[in-house]
Design a protein around this ligand. Structure first.
Ligand code: SF4
Length: 755
């Protein structure tokens, strides 16, 4: 552990956790304060790259308002501190009580990690599996389940683009300048912009920072991306621009797919999307003649009308020109722990309470509160929420608050008294992301996949515990693990990890509850063989074994040696030893089709349900505004100083302190306001007052608010103050994708009024 009292200390390696990229950084500490931050040039993926946010990570680490004791809610809504032992005893008894009364399937687990702390999800899974809790959800079920639904059907797995090498890069509802999503995003964007042989195409209503660098910016009308993409695909097909030879060898369902686009009225659809038909023709031709095309869609389309259809259409576009499994194109990849499971296509179960599709085991976020507040006999009776803030991040915050109070038990594990924690029956204080070993599982792409285990920089803040310890104590109290059972496994682990592998397989076969409690068992056994502070990394030993078993050649190609269990051990040892991170698999493009999980390892291009939607698109509305709500609000834009909700201290923002409502000059003139004026934003769900920013990147009629605002924070330690507008006070549970239920946060009909 770092000697934090030594002011002459050197730089310490860790990562920025303010977005999923987790760029490697080095920091200087003065006791518990992070005083300096610089990019880590030795980091396996970022190689010294950071954006401006990394410099401000101390505002996350040392924000006020950390919880430093388990807190129990009293009848009057106040909280009392409770000692850890007593809290664990009472929570275990209350959880057992709910399960005995209603069954484990009436308990829901929500969350399990954010952008840089995915290990806690493994420990949450141990508690869930041990208790038989199957109902779960997290933010992916309001953002990415449409994409997963489509990718499961087309490829049986997840794909990713190679933007550093693509001849044509398309960004759809995505502004990588601020939302990143691939390594060294700004550097890559500038390289594309400077290369006359490569093209960047941005599809976005706003002239984003990325659009400013683009060769072609298609200023699509908000919510009409499906019309634009359908027109693009129809142009490719109708003008004979698709790669028939490639499709014949590598895809099925091609004729059926083509037939759905043959009669699309391109000019009409282009007009609906607000994009000139000649521009669509130019884009189609640029895509068709490119040696490689990579596409990145993001929340701008995933939380807007036709979101699942749009996820499908953009993939049809690059499949039709054969941009899969080639340098610069799209490819499937391996994962240490996949974020989605892709079952047999079309076999998603439905939530017994609301009927919503449960994609990858996740209840649609939009339906959680509704289900709890119903009288349905199957409704959720207890919530276990970990490292997540659903009251703030899900549509209609008021409804989720109400739902939490309607449960018989709600437990929150977090570092601060968040908007969700203040509604819970119990709050258990977790160590921060710099006070324990952690990692992200987002380091996946093609050909290399990487992982970086960050050693703790600091001891846990007094009174808090890392999640492995919280879950371990809970499982002990519940009688699921005990020292008598664990001791033989600890002895085997002390001999060698290979000896442990044999002992664990035997013990788990004899006692399945050991396998269910997997991550906690590994923490209590293999964890004890790891360097001080790294114990919580133990579940990755199992992940390393699985990757080594499934992709031995690719693990060896990444530089790890051995066979079988020894190969997994070597990979895990490399992870533990390298704070710069390691590549865990290295693929070759010739292997891309092996990674497809379809029965014949081909792309299954036709999704009949979505092809029906394409055929019906001509009758779909293009505008959801009304006389009462004449603007489209994009609620939750990513900007320079936004980072979901993990940075609560508003002083971390160097600009845009309140998170302004951006609107076009013409709209501002119509309302008679200038930048700095106050504006009331009203939607069908609520009303809020924001500061205005007149911004010429906005399309007339389209306004935006940033994400991560509206958090309660007390700079002086007194009563908390709220800065900016919490976007989900304005969003609605009623606006959602008809297939997977993802909400339309980026397309909220709204009214503006100058104050
Ligand atoms: S915010 Fe993201 S891109 Fe920026 S430094 Fe942090 S991890 Fe890297």
């Amino acid at each position: 552990m770092t000697d934090v009292s030594d002011p002459t200390m050197s730089w310490h390696k860790t990562a920025c956790v303010l977005c999923g990229n987790n760029c490697g950084v080095e920091v200087r500490l003065d006791h518990r304060t992070i005083t300096r931050v610089r990019g880590n040039k030795s980091h396996v993926a970022s190689a010294g790259y950071t954006c401006e946010k990394a410099l401000r990570i101390n505002h996350y680490q040392n924000a006020r308002g950390r919880v430093t004791s388990p807190m129990k809610r009293l009848e009057d809504g106040s909280y009392v501190e409770v000692a850890w032992d007593l809290a664990i005893t009472e929570i275990a008894a209350e959880l057992r009580g709910v399960i005995d009364r209603h069954g484990a399937e009436k308990v829901m687990y929500y969350g399990g990690g954010g952008q840089g702390n995915h290990l806690c999800g493994a420990y949450g899974a141990a508690t869930r599996n041990s208790l038989g809790i199957t109902r779960k959800s997290n933010a992916l079920a309001q953002e990415k389940t449409g994409e997963a639904w489509v990718e499961g059907r087309l490829f049986g797995t997840h794909t990713h683009g190679e933007f550093a090498d693509a001849e044509v890069s398309i960004f759809l509802g995505k502004n990588p300048w601020h939302s990143h999503g691939f390594d060294s995003a700004r550097k890559v964007l500038k390289e594309i912009a400077a290369d006359p042989d490569r093209s960047m195409i941005v599809i976005d209503p706003r002239r984003t920072e990325t659009a400013d660098l683009a060769d072609m910016w298609l200023q699509v009308k908000p919510g009409t991306d499906a019309f634009l993409l359908t027109a693009l695909i129809a142009t490719l097909i109708q003008d004979g621009l698709i790669d028939n030879d490639w499709l014949k060898s590598n895809a099925t369902g091609v004729e059926e797919t083509i037939a759905a686009f043959e009669d699309v009225p391109v000019a009409d659809f282009a007009a609906r999307a607000g994009v000139d038909v000649t521009t669509i023709s130019s884009v189609a031709r640029r895509v068709a003649r490119a040696s490689s095309v990579s596409v990145y869609e993001d929340l701008g389309v995933e939380m807007a009308p036709h979101s699942t259809l749009v996820s499908y259409l953009q993939r049809v576009l690059w499949v039709l020109v054969g941009s899969y499994g080639i340098p610069g194109g799209m490819s499937a990849h391996s994962s240490l722990i996949p974020l989605f499971s892709y079952g047999a296509t079309g076999s998603e179960p439905n939530d017994p309470v609301t009927g919503g599709p449960v994609v990858s085991g996740l209840i649609p976020c939009n339906e959680i509160a509704e289900g709890i507040l119903s009288e349905h006999p199957e409704r959720t009776r207890a919530l276990f929420i970990e490292s997540a803030n659903p009251v703030h991040s899900l549509a209609e915050s008021a409804k989720f608050r109400q739902a939490m109070r309607a449960t018989e038990l709600s437990i929150v594990i977090d570092i601060a008294m968040t908007e969700t924690a203040v509604e819970a029956d119990w709050v258990l204080p977790a160590a921060s992301q710099y006070e324990k070993v952690e990692t992200t599982f987002f380091g996946v792409s093609f050909p290399d996949n990487w992982v970086c285990l960050r050693p703790p920089l600091l001891d846990p803040l007094e009174g808090s515990l890392p999640e492995p310890e919280i879950h371990s104590r809970l499982l002990r109290e519940l009688g699921i693990i005990d020292d008598e059972t664990l001791e033989p496994l600890r002895e085997a682990a002390a001999v060698s990890w290979s000896a442990f592998a044999d002992a664990f397989m035997g013990a788990a076969a004899a006692n399945p509850s050991l396998a269910a409690a997997g991550a906690v068992v590994l923490y209590e056994t293999i964890g004890r063989t790891l360097p001080e502070g790294m114990e919580g990394a133990a579940p990755l030993w199992f992940s390393a074994q699985q990757v080594a078993m499934r992709y031995p050649d690719q693990v060896r190609a990444a530089g790890h040696e051995g066979d079988g269990v020894e190969l997994g051990n070597a990979l895990f040892q490399a992870m533990v030893d390298n704070p710069d991170g390691v590549v865990f698999t290295r693929h070759e493009h010739g292997q891309s089709f092996d990674l497809l999980r379809t029965p014949d390892h081909k792309v299954q291009l036709a999704i009949p349900q979505l092809l029906d939607e394409v055929r019906a698109l001509g009758d779909a509305p293009v505008d959801y505004r009304s006389e009462d709500f004449p603007f489209v609000l994009s609620a939750g834009e990513r900007r320079s100083f936004t980072a979901n909700t993990i940075v609560r201290d508003p002083s971390w923002r160097k600009k845009d302190p309140e998170g302004a409502l951006r609107l076009s000059p013409a709209d501002a003139a119509m309302l008679g306001i200038e930048s700095g004026a106050r504006v009331r934003v009203t939607t069908a769900a609520g009303s809020a007052v924001a500061v205005a920013e007149v911004n010429d990147t906005m399309m007339d009629g389209h306004v935006s608010l940033p994400n991560g605002m509206g958090l309660a924070y007390s700079p002086a330690g007194g009563e908390p103050e709220v800065t900016g507008v919490a976007p989900n006070e304005l969003t609605s549970l009623d606006w959602k994708d008809p297939i997977v239920g993802t909400p339309w946060h980026k397309h909220v009909p709204a009214q503006l009024e100058a104050i």
